[in-house]
Write a protein that binds this ligand. Structure first.
Ligand SMILES: Cc1cc2nc3c(=O)[nH]c(=O)nc-3n(C[C@H](O)[C@H](O)[C@H](O)COP(=O)(O)O)c2cc1C
Length: 205
């Protein structure tokens, strides 16, 4: 029995979400660790970290946000994992595998960090050239509507099926271009979209 199970039986009871069943109502939230390689490949340390959380008892385990573009505009952390090329699939698959071994649903987060991204670039991208209040961020380059459309396309990676993920989450706090451009000054507002977007593959079957 897990700590708290007796006192809070409802939280520990199974729940159906769409076509999927979670063994309980606990979700491990996405947490950027900075553990991965600076070129976006998943590191052993990240796999060990996620494995520990999957063994901890959550019904759903979310991986840290991954950036979606080859330019690195979406990369907000030196040790952030990338999801913009098939070459990352072996490492990402291992993350999904250790989550499934812990009898949990694998949720994967896509996170283009917008104007707090471009960690290895001399610029960031944003909704306008209005300077950021925090001086440690470089001045943003205003994205064109075409660039925003391309950014949206880059989120459609199709990795959900290949990794047998239960779901893919989209991070809206920093991925303003695809979700909720609350800080937008010059571009048409398009959001918000649903937070949990797809449900492909059932790791429990
Ligand atoms: C170190 C750290 C990294 C985080 N990384 C992410 C992330 O990659 N994606 C995300 O959606 N939230 C991220 N969060 C937010 C957490 O998932 C969580 O929503 C937040 O910490 C609030 O939950 P709490 O009150 O249980 O701490 C991060 C939080 C922390 C402390």
């Amino acid at each position: 029995m897990l700590p708290g199970e007796e006192k809070y039986p409802h939280i520990f009871s199974p729940i159906q979400i769409g076509k999927l069943w979670s063994k309980n109502r606990i979700k491990y939230a996405s947490t950027e660790t900075n553990y991965n390689y600076s070129d976006g490949f998943v590191a052993e340390k990240e796999i060990g970290y996620i494995e520990a959380h999957a063994r901890g008892g959550s019904g759903i385990v979310t991986c840290q946000g991954a950036y979606t573009d080859p330019r690195g505009e979406g990369q907000g952390y030196v040790g952030m994992m990338g999801v913009w090329d098939d070459k990352f699939i072996p490492g990402l698959s291992r993350l999904a595998d250790v989550i499934h071994k812990g009898d949990a649903l694998a949720d994967f987060q896509l996170m283009a960090c917008g104007r707090v991204g471009g960690i290895n670039l001399p610029y960031t991208v944003g909704p306008s050239e209005v300077p950021q209040r925090l001086r440690r961020f470089r001045p943003p380059k205003e994205m064109t509507v075409e660039e925003i459309e391309a950014c949206i396309q880059e989120h459609a990676t199709g990795l959900g099926e290949q990794l047998k993920l239960a779901s893919i989450s989209l991070k809206s706090q920093v991925s303003w271009a695809i979700l909720f451009p609350i800080s937008s000054q010059h571009i048409p507002i398009r959001g918000p979209m649903s937070m949990v977007e797809t449900s492909k593959g059932d790791p429990l079957s």
